[in-house]
Design a protein around this ligand. Structure first.
Ligand code: DGY
Length: 375
């Protein structure tokens, strides 16, 4: 049951927010700009018909969620009601038809720059949960099965000095890789359509430090053929956006190439993995482990995912820290305000400027910024 609350009733523009967001700053920004804000307080996913009903005949801006399907029909309705900006409360926007929004000259915002470390920390947590079988061990303890130390109890996988493969080397992939390299001196293989000089330079500097401490330097290499990464990596982590090219990128064939005791982690989008093949692979290879924060048919879980001991699951919480979620809310509000007040786009990649007490009068992140030039 939806339950909408109105803030600043007589504000000059109507802004819909399809879920309550964490923190207060985002709301202060929108109220400070004198908008009327209508927020859905319900925890249930806001349905398309509910959104259409709420848009009504006059609505300028919307902050929506990755659980909603923002398709052409919805943007057409939003545009007819005077809509000019939609912000996805997420960095990923595979749920948004950006092309259709652009056709209606609706700007599409997202929230990059505040998720990288937080999401990477969760990726580390899932990797460790898999490598050291922490979830299985916790449930063993919960059942009272611990009868004393045993040489063979819950043998896991040593990460130190092994090989990490990341698929996608953007902000999150790079942050995760550096955490794992610095913690476990892992060697890195990355598959990416672009070379990443930043990560290579950082690893070279780190190697200078390792040499000084008489430790073995780590290696880094970029591969152009994904099979080379799948074959060599002990831990494989997915950090690529979901699109036609990456849908089911990890399929039956990919599993057949991986080491039989590899660890596969996904904190990106569920459909990058063919889950049916994953379940089959985990059933046939008990040493193989998967740590998943995202799923093909969220919130529904495909058969096998929650039952198998070698699959660890979490409910899409990789970005769920107070700091990050409040930062995402603030960026969403600033995207909305920036477009409605005709500010210029930010020229800086440094999102932290927008997190300060006095954010600049510019727009943090619009993925189809070219649409605004047609206004
Ligand atoms: C995103 O921002 O795309 C994340 O999936 C939300 O956690």
């Amino acid at each position: 049951m939806s339950n909408w609350k109105v803030f600043n009733k007589s504000g000059k523009h109507r802004v819909l927010v399809t879920k309550m967001l964490p923190g207060e700053e985002w709301l202060d920004i929108l109220i400070g700009a004198n908008y009327r804000i209508e927020v859905n307080l319900s925890n249930e996913i806001t349905t398309k018909s509910e959104i259409v009903k709420k848009i009504g005949g006059n609505c300028k801006a919307i902050i929506g969620q990755l659980t909603e399907n923002w398709d052409e029909a919805l943007f057409q309705i939003f545009s007819s009601a005077g809509g000019v900006v939609y912000c996805n409360y997420a960095v990923g926007y595979n749920n948004v038809n950006v092309k259709a929004a652009s056709k209606y000259k609706i700007a599409i915002g997202n929230t990059p720059g505040v998720l990288a470390e937080t999401t990477s920390e969760m990726t580390v947590a899932l990797t460790m949960a898999c490598a050291r079988r922490i979830v299985e061990a916790d449930s063993f303890m919960g059942k009272g099965s611990f009868k004393g130390w045993l040489p063979n109890l819950f043998l896991g996988k040593r990460l130190y000095g092994s090989t990490l493969g990341i698929i996608g080397a953007g902000r999150i992939g790079s942050a995760f890789a550096l955490m794992m390299i610095k913690a476990f001196q892992m060697n890195l293989i990355y598959f990416s359509n672009r070379e990443n000089p930043d990560i290579e330079n950082t690893i070279n500097e780190y190697n200078n430090f390792l040499r000084k401490t008489n430790d073995k330097p780590v290696s880094v290499k970029r591969v152009m053929v994904i099979e080379n990464l799948l074959r060599e990596a002990d831990v494989i982590s997915l950090h690529t956006p979901l699109n036609e090219a990456t849908h089911h990128m990890i399929d039956k064939n990919a599993f057949s190439i991986m080491k039989n005791d590899a660890i596969l982690i996904n904190t990106s989008r569920g459909s990058i993995i063919d889950e049916k093949s994953l379940v089959e692979h985990c059933e046939n290879n008990p040493l193989f482990m998967a740590g998943l924060d995202v799923f093909e048919n969220e919130p529904l879980m495909n058969d096998g995912l929650v039952d198998l001991d070698n699959i660890v699951v979490a409910p899409h919480i990789a970005s769920a820290t107070k700091w990050t979620r409040e930062g995402m809310a603030k960026l969403s509000a600033l995207n909305i305000k920036g477009v409605l007040e005709n500010y210029a786009f930010s020229k800086s990649e440094d999102i932290s400027l927008f997190l300060s007490q006095k954010p600049p009068n510019s727009i943090p992140s619009i993925v189809n910024s070219e649409v605004l030039y047609f206004k």
